[in-house]
Design a protein around this ligand. Sequence first.
Ligand code: NAD
Ligand code: UFG
Length: 363
Amino acid sequence: MKILLTGGAGFIGSHTAVELLAGGFEVVVVDNYSNSDVSVNDRIVQAAKWQISRQKDDKLKIDMDNLPITFYYGDCRDGMFLDSVFRENEIDAVIHFAGLKAVGESVEKPLAYYDNNLGSTLVLLNVMKDHNVKKLIFSSSATVYSGDNKMPLDENSKTGNCTNPYGWTKYMIEEILRDEALADKEWSIALLRYFNPVGAHASGLIGEEPNGIPNNLMPYICRVAAGQGLGIRGQKLGKEYQKLKVFGNDYPTKDGTGVRDYIHVVDLAKGHVAAVSYLYRHSGAEAINLGTGQGYSVLDMVQTFAKVNDVPVPYEITGRRAGDVAEVYANPAKAKKELLWQAELGLEDMVRDAWGYMVKKCE
Ligand code: NAD
Ligand code: UFG
């Protein structure tokens, strides 16, 4: 079975490519490398070999010297280009990761976000229809839920009231996909709502590569920890990484800091492999949470990171970040029932693997 991954060179896409290869699937990656590096291509192959060589199940008889993966450099908004990818490959299903994802940047450049995220999806849908490929997994986000829900969030929790253009693009694309699935019953679509993906592949070969100063907690912790001794690719880390800023300790949570549902990116990638099978026993468009159901506070993250990796993570408490809420965590029951999938890795695995990737990068 051949799966097309748009944005397959990115953080979640690269880990999914590895899991698909290790599961005996053929993979086609399309990426414009706007938020990734072409060197990821080779590292995906190396990480897949690393993983397959450790796999106990050899029933799949995977040819390690000739892993079935093809990489295309191109933009998903370019219909002629995408059409040529479909002509050259018999695609069975698509996982649409490609898109812009920085919340703050989306407020400054809303048009870029609507153009890229909506534009790439519309072009992709039309090309898929032309080639009669109607199985799609879409990278949605917990950000589609409104801020006034009770926790945990299940798929019937209220959506909308997004606080930024990025969130609206995910909300709007979900609506577009639902409309299309209503109009054409041949579609089978999974709208996977990710919670907070963190961590990296256990090989240390692929991981998260944010451009510029990271907005998200885990990559920031990694940089602060790296600043305690390591440099990134030989460069000295700037002043902004001397301490982590903990955004608020006056939330109604166990220690006052924000609580989120962090999920190991390898678990998340496995969720996509499970969703591919789901597409074959389902029709219509269905939203499904991918989270662990377990919330951890910012201080849980900092302390576990420091303990597991034996590295200090200095921090200071600052004011709340605009737009943040106290707690966000999933009810993951639907994924267990429908995808036959649940997260297996814990917080210690997440912090260990995130740091393992950072250390390898600095070598
Ligand atoms: P990422 O930026 O690492 O990966 C996205 C990839 O898409 C990048 O390699 C980028 O170069 C590529 N891309 C962007 N626009 C493109 C275009 N027009 N054509 C071709 N390639 C394009 O992000 P990620 O963390 O891997 O996220 C993947 C998807 O999951 C995104 O849609 C994101 O919005 C969504 N998501 C991510 C998170 C998260 O916290 N990482 C949470 C919820 C949802
Ligand atoms: N935090 C800090 N200091 C930092 C960065 C973050 O204290 O330097 C805190 C935040 O206040 C929050 C928690 O760490 O309490 C997690 O923040 P992140 O920025 O890592 O993640 P968010 O939950 O804010 O948002 C992320 C993605 C969104 C996505 C959402 C899904 O950035 O795109 O998860 O739940 F929609």
